[in-house]
Design a protein around this ligand. Structure first.
Ligand SMILES: C[S@@+](CC[C@H](N)C(=O)[O-])C[C@H]1O[C@@H](n2cnc3c(N)ncnc32)[C@H](O)[C@@H]1O
Length: 221
């Protein structure tokens, strides 16, 4: 089963504007293609807050909405944002079926997990992109994204793709007196994904890709 209508739109409209996220969004949608024989479930934290800000924020809610609209069996897209102006703009930019919530994401995800458990539902794609990152002090944002994962983990499966945005790798370099750089510590995931990556390593999750966005499967056993 294919989603060629989506891919035509993605290649023509989205990919040329996505900049550093193009490669990873392409991998995200390839992953979702394997679930097209049934209805999909996508859960996102941090909704689209500005029209046409493709290279800046990524327009994730717009992309996920389009994917579900084109999917043969449709699906449900949940998004949550703490800022009412963001959710109000999001509602203007996506189709009426998207379930847009205004709340702290950790609280929302904990309630959603309870609701999903009661109905036997689970998640195909978990996309974490809330709490804006301070590149000079990533810890508060990274901790928030780890809390999000903890809140929703009861309803993710081994083949759920868990993605964190704004999570490129960082490394430590030593510069000698001839201005030669030596790698002191190899690159590791940073930004919003700093602590989720530590968790993923601890549970031996499978890294699916690490670009500007990072993704794993097997986050639960
Ligand atoms: C980078 S933006 C999301 C961008 C969006 N994913 C896109 O691709 O266009 C981050 C959003 O997270 C929201 N946010 C910050 N703290 C939050 C929290 N505790 N719970 C939910 N959302 C939060 C902000 O209001 C902001 O709108």
């Amino acid at each position: 089963m294919d989603n060629s209508k989506f891919w035509t739109w993605f290649d023509q409209e989205a990919a040329p504007r996505l900049a550093h996220r193009e490669v990873s969004f392409r991998k995200i949608f390839r992953h979702l293609d394997q679930f097209l024989t049934r209805s999909l479930v996508i859960v996102e934290t941090g909704c689209v807050r500005k029209a046409d800000n493709w290279a800046g924020d990524g327009q994730s809610t717009v992309l996920f909405d389009r994917y579900i609209q084109c999917a043969p069996h449709g699906g449900r897209l949940f998004t949550v944002d703490i800022d009412p102006s963001a959710t109000s703009e999001c509602k203007r930019l996506v189709s009426p079926g998207v379930e847009v919530h205004t709340e702290d994401s950790v609280l929302f995800l904990s309630k959603l997990a309870a609701q999903f458990r009661a109905t036997g539902a689970s998640i195909d794609l978990l996309y974490l992109d809330s709490f804006d990152l301070d590149w000079g002090n990533p810890a508060p944002s990274a901790a928030h994204h780890l809390k999000e994962l903890a809140a929703i983990s009861p309803v993710i499966r081994t083949d759920t793709l868990v993605v964190v945005d704004d999570a490129p790798c960082s490394s430590f370099l030593m510069i000698d007196d001839r201005q030669q750089a030596t790698l002191v510590r190899p690159p590791t995931v940073s930004g919003k994904g700093l602590l989720v990556a530590e968790y993923a390593a601890a549970v031996n999750a499978t890294l699916q890709f690490s670009h500007y966005q990072v993704a794993w499967t097997n986050m639960v056993r």
